[in-house]
Design a protein. Structure first.
Length: 79
């Protein structure tokens, strides 16, 4: 798991504890530990909708639909 405070919060901890999921952190100063995640963040998560900040339920729903379609395209048509 990423060590960033924006990711680790009470809600995530409660969710994992209630489902028996163990949270482990990446090793500090080992940037290659997160290479696959960072690659996905750069190529999909940030590039697809753009780099602006989206707020509100309507934006969240639209981005969810966008990622859903993108996921199918990426899994079935891209190498």
């Amino acid at each position: 798991m990423d060590n960033g405070g924006e990711f680790v919060n009470e809600r995530l901890i409660e969710y994992c504890l209630s489902r028996g999921i163990e949270l482990i952190r990446s090793r500090p100063y080992r940037k290659n530990d997160q290479a696959w995640i960072e690659q996905k963040n750069g190529s999909v998560v940030r590039k697809l909708p753009g780099y602006r900040r989206f707020e509100g339920l309507a934006a969240g729903r639209a981005i969810t639909r966008l990622y859903g379609a993108s996921r199918l395209f990426g899994h079935f048509f891209e190498p």
